[in-house]
Design a protein around this ligand. Structure first.
Ligand code: AMP
Length: 361
């Protein structure tokens, strides 16, 4: 069996690494041959929306998936019906627009921050008085890792923020004074089987995920998050891994966004769960039985952003695993991650601090 993966970043690379023990083959589509996925499997180089590239990828594969949310839906619509593509294109379409996403959450009874679509400065002023400040102005599309966002604290911030982001459709969201951020990652197979991982707690800095710790062990939140995830699975007739990111505010989940793919906040599952999110995504899209999502201990994930730490110092730490995506260092770029696995949460947190010290060294 050969899996076609649109996008050959680190998520694609880790999908392939999870599929090799199952004798799965991979072919990527990406603009750069030396991308993390292209370093370990054959790649079709070209634009995601080039019909010829999509045709070459589909012709060589049994199933197609994607590892990147900003793939044009129109490109994926060109995949011949004889080659299944998962997750469903409707999930991709909704996840590409923060307004559609929040409207859908509302229809499914999943709480969100208050929000309004904004296309003009006058609409921003009206939205800001309706929602109140502080608030967050975001581009509806193509924003990720905190890009395309401005925090509005006072009325004087509106015009400069609109000048910086305007010209494309925007959304204004109420600022959520959250107690913590969490995410739920789960898989649904083409046969309808569902497995959900324990909730993970995430810490962001400058809009980029820095660390994840799992399991969170909050049974009421876990049940609520699973309920929300299952509603989305049902709505889309989903196959593959799906992630929802939430704010936790006074013990209640408030949804921020969803990702119809394997997710950075699920990387801990490679060493920290019985079956990784990558393997379960592959099993799900192939209609194979899903693997256990049980946590094997107390795990953490630290993103390596901009520069790599001293390899030997990290590898010398017991219970710490290094994942190097094979990328050229650049400020703000995700170059790799470390997973930490320990029997007790205290030991996990101690190791996490030691890894963070290696990053600052
Ligand atoms: P996003 O790109 O929407 O995932 O935002 C990145 C990070 O910015 C989130 O994980 C939060 O830490 C912060 N953030 C985004 N939207 C809000 C909001 N409405 N209220 C408070 N913090 C937010």
């Amino acid at each position: 069996m050969r899996i076609g993966v649109i996008g050959a970043g680190q998520l694609g690379r880790m999908l392939a690494l999870a599929g090799f023990p199952l004798a799965l083959g991979f072919r990527f589509l990406d603009a750069r041959a030396d991308s993390p996925g292209g370093q370990i499997a054959p790649i079709v180089t070209g634009a995601f929306d080039d019909p010829d590239c999509i045709a070459r990828l589909s012709a060589a594969c049994d199933v197609v998936t994607y590892e990147f949310e900003n793939v044009p839906v129109t490109a994926l619509a060109q995949i011949p019906a004889s080659v299944p593509c998962h997750p469903p294109l409707e999930a991709l379409r909704v996840s590409q627009d923060r307004l559609y996403e929040k409207e859908l959450f509302g229809r499914l009874g999943i709480a969100t921050p208050s929000f309004r679509a904004v296309d003009t400065l006058a609409e921003l002023e009206t939205a800001a008085s309706a929602i109140g400040l502080p608030a967050v102005l975001k581009t509806r599309r193509l924003g990720y890792d905190g890009r395309g966002q401005r925090y509005l604290h006072r009325t004087a911030d509106l015009a400069p923020a609109f000048a910086a982001l305007g010209g494309v459709p925007l959304i204004l969201e109420g600022f959520v004074r959250f107690d913590r951020e969490v995410s739920i990652v789960g898989a649904r197979s083409t046969k309808g089987e569902i497995r959900v991982y324990p909730l993970a707690e995430n810490v962001h800095g400058d809009g980029i995920l820095r660390t994840t710790r799992a399991p969170l062990n909050r049974p009421a939140l876990q049940r609520a998050a699973e309920r929300h995830l299952k509603r989305l699975f049902g709505h889309f007739g989903y196959a593959g891994v799906l992630t929802i990111e939430f704010f936790v505010q006074r013990g209640r989940l408030v949804a921020n966004e969803m990702a119809p793919r394997v997710h950075n906040s699920g990387h801990w599952t490679i060493e920290g769960a019985a079956t990784s999110q990558f393997e379960n995504h592959l099993r799900a899209i192939l209609g194979w039985p899903l693997g256990s999502t049980r946590a094997l201990g107390h795990a953490a994930m630290v993103n390596l952003i901009g520069t790599m730490p001293d390899r030997d110092a990290v590898l010398a730490l017991p219970g710490v695993h290094l994942h190097d995506y094979g990328k050229t260092p650049r400020p703000g770029r995700k170059l790799g991650h470390c997973t930490i696995l320990a029997a007790a949460a205290r030991d996990r947190d101690r190791l996490l601090r030691r890894v963070e010290r290696c990053l600052r060294a």
